[in-house]
Design a protein around this ligand. Sequence first.
Ligand SMILES: Nc1ncnc2c1ncn2[C@@H]1O[C@H](COP(=O)(O)OP(=O)(O)OP(=O)(O)O)[C@@H](O)[C@H]1O
Length: 304
Amino acid sequence: MPVLSAQRLRKVYRDKKIEVPAVRDVSLVLSAGEVLAFLGPNGAGKTTTIKMIAGLILPDAGQVQIVGRDPHRDSRALRSLGAVLEGNRNLYWRLTCEENLEYFGVLRGLSRRVAHQRGKALLERFGLTEKRKTVVQALSRGMQQKLAIAVSLIHDPQLLLLDEPTLGLDVEATQAVKALVREIAAEGRAILLTTHQLDIAEELSDRVAIIRQGEIVAEEATPELIRQFSGSAYHIELESPLTGDRLQKIDALGVLVQGCTLTVPDSSLLYPVLDILNPLPLLSITRDEASLTDIFLKLTRLKA
Ligand SMILES: Nc1ncnc2c1ncn2[C@@H]1O[C@H](COP(=O)(O)OP(=O)(O)OP(=O)(O)O)[C@@H](O)[C@H]1O
């Protein structure tokens, strides 16, 4: 059974007489241990989708199941769900780290003793033990974010919804949060990650779903998506520029030569080119690889 199954979700906001179709048709399935990056431009329908998954907005059509339970019909579904949405607003700023963990643990159905124990273990694991008696508002942004993730894990959920987990963090805190996300997935939890930081999405996700105007326009394993959008060109970096006979032969193959860099337009030409270059020293051979940013821009800028 998948950890998350969202099928054919639809939501139209009605603002006075104007109808805004925020989510037209979105289906997402997520298995244990998987990180799905849910990406889309501003206003594409990500937040609305996530709120429907979290049981916060009732869909007009479609169905959500978290470990087989519908959060809109069975509140036990929420026991399998942890979420850090809209920054770190799932924390009480005037409470200490310890108090936040206990408070939210009890709210999620744990006994006070168990909430305290789990909280202590999470503080230790997230490197926050020294700050356990510090109020949230006195923590750095990175520590607040780590605490927000710790709080979302207090009841040991199988599904974690993470919205912009690294937004506004410095390099070190970003690395720490990225490592935590990987660890949490490696424990077998499913993670739905939304972010506008596409390099982070590329690094962390197993799969990518791109939403545009309320509909999924691409859904693929991350490496496969990158492969599909990557060209078949190769770049060869030489130690020194080509001259004479070799330059002529390479030129005749239709290879672009710019100083020490050769651009081989097609993979079928790679070995013929290497035969001609042999035994010149090469610095590198790289494939023309699309980044998730290139792919995102291509897919979301297409005309409707
Ligand atoms: N409460 C609401 N009432 C009316 N329209 C809304 C409401 N919430 C969102 N919308 C509209 O629904 C559409 C989708 O919004 P949503 O917040 O789901 O997008 P998003 O992908 O999360 O955007 P962003 O990346 O900017 O957070 C937008 O056109 C938005 O203006």
